[in-house]
Design a protein around this ligand. Structure first.
Ligand code: ST9
Ligand code: ZN
Ligand code: ZN
Length: 329
């Protein structure tokens, strides 16, 4: 909403404006404490990882590129699940794949899919305005984690009411997760990943909690948040030089192919979330392609080379696609 217009309006609107300001600045101390604990616990996890934890615990929690492991699995639940499938409908998935993705997504604990997708659809539609939950114009800290430490801006609720969420309400697997999230999330994100190392290879409770659970969870949150902060600030803008989202190879590597953010904001319906989708820098595309081969993923949407070229000619900088060699910073 146009704030200067509101000030010239009648008194009631002016009060609303003041309320907005206060509301928008209210810090949620519970979250500050929880995220503070999470990051301290993760740092302690790093210490334990190099001193007393068994190597199996570190591999179980963190190792990349092994599909059975917690970091990888929970990331896929965000990238292939909450993001490309449920927020953008960039492909369709049969129910067995949706069940796998909802389990992976619940391990990631980034809120249930309905809430994640509602915020993310707003992020695309009102990018870098007050209706964008992690508005990158408010700086690195706000777009990275600050937005989770304070009440949402009223424009988010207002514009959010206009976002069509009927497709997700009609998906029984998404609804099941939403209904039982308070039980499923602690079980899959915190309890089982802590118990498994203790019972399967005799790890200590402390090592299991701080390495396999706290460090793994905090690390994966920060990688996700980098898409909102770093990939909205640093990197090339070959498809649209007039927007902030950027091609950031470092983020792409860590976030399984979600760092090609200039392309993604220009063509959000492309299931590769990148022009080329090279598997090494886009593990999520490899995952979706594998399930497409066995028929569980279908109707994969993409963008023709001609459409990309025309867009680059109009708003971009040619020769700087997602093959650029810079590290994005
Ligand atoms: C987390 C999420 O970390 C991270 C998401 C990142 C997204 C990245 C995207 C990048 C692209 C993809 C890349 C993936 C890469 C992955 C790589 C992996 C390695 N529309 O929220 P509430 C209304 S979560 C419409 O409480 P407050 C609605 O009525 C971490 N309406 O607002 C709602 O009620 P209900 C773990 C909306 O009170 C009501 O307002 N989670 C919308 O201002 C209240 O909503 C946490 O720590 C909307 N968009 O509180 C929890 N939003 O829901 C953190 C709200 O019943 N969150 N409404 O319909 C909170 O504690 C609170 O949300 C708050 C705001 C304090 C931040
Ligand atoms: Zn973005
Ligand atoms: Zn997106």
């Amino acid at each position: 909403m146009d704030e200067s217009k509101e000030i010239t309006d009648n008194g009631t609107t002016l009060i609303t404006q003041q309320n907005r300001k206060q509301h928008h600045q209210a810090i949620v101390w519970r979250n500050v404490i929880l995220f503070g604990y999470l990051h301290l616990a993760a740092l302690y996890g790093v210490v334990l990882m190099f001193t007393s934890a068994k190597i199996a615990t570190t591999i179980f929690g963190m190792a990349n590129n092994l599909p059975i492991l917690m970091y990888q699995v929970s990331s896929i639940g965000i990238t292939a699940g909450a993001h490309r499938l449920w927020s953008h409908r960039a492909y369709k998935a049969k129910w067995p794949l949706r069940v796998i993705l909802i389990i992976f997504n619940t391990i990631a604990f980034q809120n249930h899919v309905y809430e994640w997708a509602r915020d993310h659809r707003l992020h695309h539609k009102y990018s870098e305005t007050n209706a964008d939950p992690h508005n990158a114009n408010r700086g690195f800290f706000f777009s990275h984690v600050g937005w989770l430490l304070c009440r949402k801006h009223p424009d988010i609720m207002e514009k959010g009411r206009g976002i069509d969420m009927s497709d997700l309400l009609a998906d029984p697997i998404v609804s099941f997760q939403k209904k039982h999230y308070k039980f499923l999330m602690p079980l899959l994100c915190f309890i089982l990943p802590t118990i498994l190392p203790v019972y399967c290879w005799g790890e200590s409770w402390a090592n299991s909690w701080f390495v396999a659970t706290m460090f793994r969870y905090t690390f994966s949150l920060n990688v996700t948040w980098l898409v909102n902060s770093a990939a909205h600030m640093w990197g090339g803008r070959p498809y649209d030089r007039f927007i902030n989202p950027s091609e950031n190879i470092t983020v792409a590597l860590l976030a399984l192919g979600e760092g090609w953010h200039n392309y993604h904001h220009v063509f959000p319906w492309d299931y590769k979330a990148a022009e080329l989708g090279d598997y090494k820098l886009n593990m999520t595309t490899a995952f979706i392609d594998f399930f497409a081969k066995i028929g569980w993923a279908y109707d994969l949407k993409t963008v023709s080379a001609d459409t990309v070229r025309k867009r680059v000619e109009r708003t971009g900088i040619s020769g700087q696609g997602d093959t650029q060699t810079s590290w994005g910073w």
